[in-house]
Design a protein around this ligand. Structure first.
Ligand code: NAD
Length: 511
């Protein structure tokens, strides 16, 4: 642990109250949902969860707002998102405080999360003037074929605790410029951050003269999410969370022919080739594996190192792990904050005992609970484990800072190991050999939605589409043309001739 003492729950409650007040949110009251902080593991505020009737009413309101919003010109819809971006800039520090208090992120990463929201707002404002369709060559004389894009309807956003604000903004900024309305069911672990985001969007809505019900927030646990999932008026369910959750949500939405966009668990790997620049690779690996206390979907969980350099890499990583400052995430010197809960630490310890029973050797850390003075909190050292083979435990996602080290002899073998897991989110290779890098990025290489060279698996920019394959769910959010998931396309055939010409040369002369 770093030398600084942990803040008290009273201090954190006061800091959360101050951040909410600056943003304009009244301190919530209720007793069926609890805002708590992983910094001490203790209760902050009681809140009120949405009932089934609240959920139904929110869908009705969002559906009614959609009927106006869908015909509002897209650049005007962009004005709303522009205003949201301005408010996020103005309250960046307050929002980051809430993210640290509720999700336990170190200050720099919490500020980065809010910056990501600002970035996606900028992207979405530009997008509001670029929702392009195509004109397609028609086989018939005097005809034009066109593809047009239209808003989809109400979008239900279900989000996870570890990106309590950014994931909402990726979905919401894009959905709003696309002409959709949004209902947000955030993680039950991060309600204060979502109250703050919702309030800022409501302010932006008033200032941009947009319908208030383009956005609704529903606090609550999975039961609230399930009600959204089953409501046929929700055109798209964008759900971010565990693969377990996606396995329940995907089939339920499909059963009513709704659309889903699934962003689920990862089990990300990096290959370290003999030519890798280790001065670059080692810090990148430590950030990707231990940053956010191993609680990113893109966290590096498997390191596949060439046998010739494995001992050197392990030695350097072990030394770096031993120096990692763990503790109060508000302390600027801390690099590793707490796990979200003692349950997460129990799961980590369970995984460690299973992998050790399968022959895994712990090289650094140990999964011990630190900060005895805060018994309800879950601070621990990131762990490095050397494993001889990719067992069932290694192939699972444990949402904690455990990095498994495997070795390889040929690139073909490394890629086979890399892809031999159920998940397919993020990946990277550290190499100075261009041929190896290109093979890794080719169709014969990484099977993930994100594949990087000489950079870690985590910390994506918003300009690219974000998402993964296989058990990660197949969804794409954020940049590139991910916006198409939030719209429906129509193909238009326009006959501007005076003749009725049928396609494929079909003749049908009716008098
Ligand atoms: P979780 O699956 O426990 O919960 C995520 C959200 O889904 C919460 O809002 C929860 O209330 C809701 N939910 C759970 N079961 C549901 C159901 N049956 N129907 C409707 N809603 C339901 O996940 P978590 O612990 O909050 O987050 C960690 C997980 O999220 C990890 O697996 C991580 O990899 C994943 N994640 C993925 C991405 C990505 O973009 N791929 C991003 C962040 C987190």
């Amino acid at each position: 642990m770093t030398s600084s003492a942990l803040p008290s729950t009273d201090d954190l409650r006061a800091r959360a109250r101050a951040a909410l007040k600056n943003i304009g949110v009244d301190v919530p009251e209720g007793n069926d949902l609890h805002a708590r902080t992983p910094l001490t593991g203790e209760h902050l505020f009681g809140l009120t969860a949405a009932t089934g009737a609240d959920t139904d009413e929110a869908v009705t309101a969002a559906r009614t707002a959609f009927l106006t919003w869908r015909t509002t010109p897209a650049p005007r819809r962009g004005e709303l998102v522009r205003r949201l971006g301005e408010l996020l800039r103005a309250h960046k520090s307050d929002l980051a405080d809430l993210v640290t208090i509720e999700a336990g992120k170190i200050r720099s990463e919490a500020l980065g999360e809010i910056q990501e929201m600002i970035d996606i707002c900028d992207f979405a404002v530009g997008l509001s003037r670029q929702l392009y369709g195509r004109t397609i060559a028609s086989e018939r004389p005097g005809h034009r074929l066109a593809e047009t894009w239209h808003p989809l309807g109400v979008v239900g956003v279900i989000s996870a605790f570890n990106f309590p604000a950014a994931v909402w903004s990726w979905n919401t900024a894009i959905a709003l410029v696309c002409g959709d309305t949004v209902i947000w069911k955030p993680s039950e672990l991060t309600p204060l951050t979502s109250l703050a985001c919702d309030h800022l969007l409501a302010r932006a809505t008033d200032e941009a003269d947009a319908p208030r019900d383009v956005h609704r927030l529903l606090l609550g646990d999975r039961a609230v999410g399930e009600r959204l999932v089953d409501d046929p008026r929700v055109a798209l369910v964008s759900a971010t969370g565990s693969t377990r959750m996606g396995r329940e949500v995907g089939p339920r939405v499909a059963a009513r022919f709704g659309r889903s966009l699934l962003e689920l668990g990862g089990n990300n790997a990096a290959i370290v080739a003999p030519s890798a620049d280790l001065d670059l690779a080692v810090p990148a690996i430590v950030f990707a594996a231990a940053g956010t206390a191993g609680q990113r979907c893109t966290t590096l969980r498997r390191l596949i190192v060439h046998r010739d350099i494995a001992d050197t890499v392990v030695e350097r990583l072990t030394a770096a792990y031993a120096r990692l400052p763990i503790g109060d995430p508000f302390d600027d010197t801390t690099l590793v904050g707490p796990l979200i809960s003692t349950g997460a630490l129990d799961a980590m310890q369970h995984t460690l005992s299973r992998v050790q029973a399968q022959g895994g050797r712990v090289l650094a850390g140990g999964g011990r609970r630190l900060a005895e003075a805060a018994p309800a909190a879950a601070y621990t050292e990131p762990v490095l484990v050397r494993v001889g083979e990719q067992t069932d435990v290694v192939r699972e996602e444990t949402f904690a800072p455990i990095l498994y080290v495997l070795t390889y002899d040929t690139l073909e073998e490394a890629i086979a190991l890399h892809n031999d897991v159920p998940q397919g989110l993020s990946s990277s290779i550290f190499t100075r050999d261009q041929q190896e890098a290109e093979i890794f990025l080719s169709a014969a290489g990484s099977d993930c939605g994100i594949a990087n060279v000489n950079i870690g698996t985590s910390g994506a920019e918003i300009g690219g589409a974000f998402g993964g394959e296989k058990d990660t769910g197949g969804g794409r959010e954020s940049g590139s043309d991910a916006w198409k998931a939030y719209m429906r396309s129509a193909t238009n055939t326009i006959n501007y001739s005076s003749a009725l010409t049928l396609a494929q040369g079909v003749s049908f002369t009716a008098q």
